[in-house]
Ligand binder design. Structure first.
Ligand code: MG
Length: 389
């Protein structure tokens, strides 16, 4: 097998409109921005990847602007000239060269795996142990903050057989009002859908102690990361006493985090996300630790468009047991996508596409229409600063 020598890495910021306002605990958003990575080899092969943040740096500290800057100025110089088959040594080299920046690292790892798959003529899941599922039951985020409109939105998803699992984004308003709204939605959809809640770390232990039993009584089956990410002890106490499932998301990024969660039995299940854990392979290692520790898995998302969703689905295809499914629903939130074939949801499940690499391609016209053409080069801005001086 000839080498896959990386010749260039391009990072392009793309701004995509959303279909409706998405409200998180920290921010509300009408659009989303991604970074598309195009990695080309000497022989003319191209691998692609996507980085996305949930509407800015509030979740993980990175934004699309820092991701592009880090790829252009720090990551590309490390990887250019190396072999895309040398994935583990390259990721180790990146970890030595720059601390953190998991989202940026994940997007280039994605492109390297896409290149490998294309060169070998196999899908990425074949490179990661093989296929154990061909579809994923997917949750839809309800995030307008108003129960009646959220129930209507859920009804439309049920009718079109797109989603029958719903996750309420919580934490933006007073907890009493928030829990009332969540319980109203759960009761409105009782017997027809699975409803979960995600306050994104906004509650203290006292509030959580009050809120979670009320939510469970209303039929909510799972509560995600109600308390601060560092407070594993409180999460362990909550898990031990709750009669609905407790999931950790923000509290899990690294394999070491996963080991601690399993040792402390700090959750019933954990949200796997390729972005926060710096790539598909690292996320796969986390899944193995969780399984060994008896903690269930859930396929999480940062609302990637169809490129990143295809990559997530490649990893997801290798996971056998996902008792609460996942939430790879980003493609449904964007009004425009940049993939030739947008993600497909059939009978409430996201489908794994057939094809080599990540099994997804860039729509060049859409990319042209939505790319943000600005330069974030440190050298360029230094030059312009000295020119002004
Ligand atoms: Mg979450």
């Amino acid at each position: 097998m000839s080498k896959l020598t990386i010749q260039s890495i391009e990072a392009i910021i793309v701004d995509l409109p959303l279909r409706r306002l998405q409200r998180f605990a920290a921010v509300g958003a009408n659009s989303t921005s991604i970074v598309l990575v195009r990695m080309r080899t000497k022989d003319g092969l191209e691998g692609i990847g996507e980085a996305v943040t949930p509407s800015g740096p509030w979740w993980g500290g990175e934004s699309v602007e820092t991701i592009k800057l880090m790829i252009d100025e720090q990551i590309a110089p490390v990887l250019t000239g190396t072999d895309a088959f040398d994935l583990a040594p390259s990721m180790a080299r990146l970890d030595r060269a720059l601390f953190g920046n998991a989202f940026a690292k994940a997007s280039v790892e994605m492109a390297m795996l896409d290149l490998q798959g294309k060169a070998l003529g196999v899908p990425v899941h074949d490179l990661m142990g093989g296929k154990r599922r061909a579809s994923l039951p997917c949750s839809w985020p309800l995030a307008t903050g108003e129960a009646s409109s959220e129930i209507e939105e859920a009804e439309r998803m049920l009718e079109s057989k797109r989603h029958n699992i719903f996750k309420l984004k919580m934490g933006a308003v007073d907890p009493v009002q928030d829990v009332e709204r969540a319980c109203a939605v759960a009761r409105g959809l009782e017997g027809r859908a699975s409803v979960r809640g995600d306050p994104n770390e906004m509650w203290d232990e006292t509030t959580t102690k009050w809120a979670v039993p009320r939510m469970a009584d209303a039929g909510i089956v799972m509560v995600e990361q109600p308390m601060a990410r560092w407070n594993l002890a409180a999460s362990a106490r909550l898990t031990a006493r709750s009669n609905c499932a407790i999931m950790i998301d923000e509290g899990l990024c690294t394999p070491q985090d996963m080991l601690r969660i399993a040792e402390m039995r700090a959750a019933d299940l954990v949200s796997l996300k390729v972005m926060k854990s710096a790539g598909l392979l690292a996320t796969r290692r986390i899944a193995d630790i969780a399984e060994a520790g008896g903690i269930s898995l859930y396929m999480g998302t940062f609302l990637e468009c169809s490129i990143g969703t295809a990559a997530n689905m490649q990893l997801c295809a290798t996971l056998a047991d996902l008792p609460y499914g996942g939430e790879l629903s980003g493609p449904g939130l964007v009004a425009e996508d940049i993939a030739v074939q947008a993600a497909r949801y059939v009978d409430f499940e996201l489908q794994l596409e057939e094809g080599v690499g990540l099994a997804v391609e860039v729509d060049e016209d859409k990319l042209k229409a939505f790319r943000r053409d600005r330069t974030y080069s440190v050298h360029a801005s230094r030059k312009s600063m000295s020119a002004k001086a």
